[in-house]
Design a protein around this ligand. Structure first.
Ligand SMILES: CC(C)(COP(=O)(O)OP(=O)(O)OC[C@H]1O[C@@H](n2cnc3c(N)ncnc32)[C@H](O)[C@@H]1OP(=O)(O)O)[C@@H](O)C(=O)NCCC(=O)NCCS
Length: 167
């Protein structure tokens, strides 16, 4: 696939219709949705996957599947989505992996590779929104080059906001 980014252990590529069942299952799973306000209903999970496809139609580094090359399994996602904060539209970078694929450096490896792709087409700010208790996610963000910006409320929850400027 021409749009795919390949690392030693992973492939990061735009979503395909064939990924739907896997993501709907994951978006409904408590363990996968750790540090998310709630697991999604089936309808919400379907809508979230539709949205993932939509965003990736216009943004080459939209949230997209990460495939473990050794197993061929989709083990998570990384990339951006649109978010409005204080009335301003921004790009929010996020990642999420299945429990069996955590602690292996995959979030950093996949995100670094997709960030390289982002740098080729985008100049501007990226935002990361992280629960202050989520040390693993903070570590990933810092390794990717994000810097702490501010602590704020997002949808009522206290979050730490990090930024990274490309270009
Ligand atoms: C956050 C998450 C994506 C990290 O994925 P990962 O592939 O395990 O991340 P990496 O291995 O690339 O890096 C994680 C770093 O945090 C560290 N870490 C992991 N768990 C930790 C913990 N509980 N406390 C402190 N540090 C931790 C790791 O040691 C590693 O740092 P290091 O390279 O300096 O050793 C993954 O844990 C996950 O999917 N969590 C649930 C969903 C989530 O929280 N998404 C982010 C929402 S903002």
């Amino acid at each position: 696939m021409t749009d795919a980014v390949t690392t030693p252990r992973l492939q990061v590529r735009p979503p395909e219709e064939a990924d739907r069942a896997r993501f709907v299952e994951l978006f409904r799973d408590d363990d996968f949705m750790l540090f998310h306000p709630h697991v999604l209903s089936e309808a919400e999970a379907e809508a979230r996957f539709d949205h993932m496809i939509d965003v990736c139609r216009t943004i080459p580094f939209g949230k997209q599947p990460v495939v473990e090359r050794a197993s061929g399994l989709v083990v998570g996602y990384t990339g951006v989505d649109h978010i409005d904060i204080d009335g301003r539209s921004r790009l929010e970078w996020g990642y999420r992996f299945v429990p069996e694929a955590r602690g292996l450096g995959y979030a950093t490896e996949a995100s670094r590779a997709l960030l390289e792709k982002a740098r080729r087409t985008y100049a501007g700010e990226l935002l990361a929104i992280i629960d202050p208790r989520n040390v693993a996610s903070q570590n990933v963000a810092l390794k990717l080059g994000f810097a702490f910006w501010t602590r704020s409320r997002v949808d009522g929850d206290v979050c730490d906001l990090y930024t990274l400027t490309l270009g």
